[in-house]
Design a protein around this ligand. Structure first.
Ligand code: TYM
Length: 329
């Protein structure tokens, strides 16, 4: 059975971008693949979170993974920092990662611009840690959103380079996976390209109907179509992207027709969209609230996941050590 790995940084609650970019694929893949879904807590250290936030955020993501429907009997759910073998592989991959190529990554350049007083080496080597997460289980598929494309390109490069340096055919080249024909990018409703925590424009799975309505009603729009069947500008296309993912086909077609005959009222569209997002969230939100009270159960799942992930990682590291030339006892 082919292996799948993916992770999410625990920097708060899961948002709709995380869900439609990654988690939705997890839900399908857990039935067909050997899946490892993890909480990328080491990755979150690039921004110096407080210790209490690290513990709580990891538990939040675990709870929300489960509330979305990830089944711990089918998939291995674990926290990255429970599997130290990842760090050993990170070190080996870093030895074959070049300063120039790391500095050229757009994600590095963006982060460096956002936090100029903390351009740390962890930020620079973020792609090698991500490659280690994937290669530690020799995964072939990685369900991620469009924003991770460059990191995935780097992971493939590091897999190829390791194989070339040691003359082996050990690591498979992992590919991004998306349920849709193209990689998913969930937009922000504030006119920015992407929904994201650092963009501060998220609709969270935990948001209730009132919060969602407030956020959606604030969505950026324009003065309205001036000619029938005109192309939708980005901010309007963004609203339709949301209708497409959470509303019925009838609702989508209804507003699309209104757009095409220039009779659309954005206020009506937003109200409907807010209702549909709230309906999508409601069962997940209920389960988040229910599961978060059951700390013993959550701890048990975290322990079991750590054990299973550790077993797979230890096997890879033993082989990697042999390939590199370290003695294994
Ligand atoms: P992170 O925590 O930023 O996001 C987690 C997942 O959600 C997807 N995503 C989106 N998809 C579509 N539209 C959006 N607006 C949107 N926002 C977020 C991301 O593509 C991602 O799949 N580097 C990763 C975490 C990571 C990882 C890994 C992922 C660490 N190691 C190994 C896969 C494999 C990150 O920061 O994702």
């Amino acid at each position: 059975m082919e292996t799948v790995v993916s992770g999410i940084r625990p920097t708060g609650n899961l948002h709709l971008g995380n869900y439609f970019g990654a988690v939705k694929s997890f839900l399908q893949m857990q039935n067909e693949y050997n899946c490892y879904f993890f909480i990328a807590d080491w990755h979150s250290l690039t921004t110096r979170p407080k210790p209490e936030n690290i513990v709580n955020s990891a538990r939040t993501i675990l709870t929300e993974y489960l509330a979305c429907g990830i089944d711990p009997d089918k998939a291995t759910i674990y926290t990255q920092s429970d599997v130290p073998e990842v760090l050993e592989l990170y070190l080996y991959l870093n030895m074959n990662a070049y300063l120039g190529e790391m500095e050229r990554c757009t994600t590095f350049k963006e982060k460096a611009r956002k936090q100029p007083d903390n351009v740390n080496a962890g930020l620079l080597t973020y792609p090698t840690l991500m490659a280690a997460d994937i290669l530690i289980h020799k995964a072939v598929k990685v369900p991620v959103g469009k924003d991770q494309e460059q990191n995935m390109e780097m992971a493939r490069k590091f897999a190829r380079r390791f194989n070339a340096v040691y003359g082996v055919d050990f690591f498979p080249e992992p590919s991004s996976f998306s349920l849709a024909a193209k990689a998913v990018k969930i937009p922000g409703l504030d006119g920015s390209g992407k929904m994201g925590k650092s963009e501060g424009n998220c609709i969270y799975l935990m948001d209730d109907a009132v919060t969602i309505r407030k956020k959606v009603m604030k969505a950026v729009t324009d003065a309205g179509p001036t000619a029938p069947y005109s192309e939708k500008p980005e901010v309007i296309q963004n609203l339709f992207t949301f209708l497409d993912i959470v509303s019925s086909k009838e609702t989508y077609d209804f507003f699309d027709e209104k757009w095409n005959d220039c009779s659309i009222r954005y206020g009506d569209l937003k109200k409907q969209l807010a209702v549909d997002i709230a309906a999508f969230n409601a069962p997940i939100r209920e389960r988040i609230l229910e599961y978060s009270a059951n700390t013993a159960w959550l701890d048990k799942i975290a322990r079991q996941g750590a054990e299973k992930a550790h077993e797979s990682a230890a096997k890879t590291i033993k082989e990697v050590r042999e390939i590199i030339g370290f003695r294994t006892y």
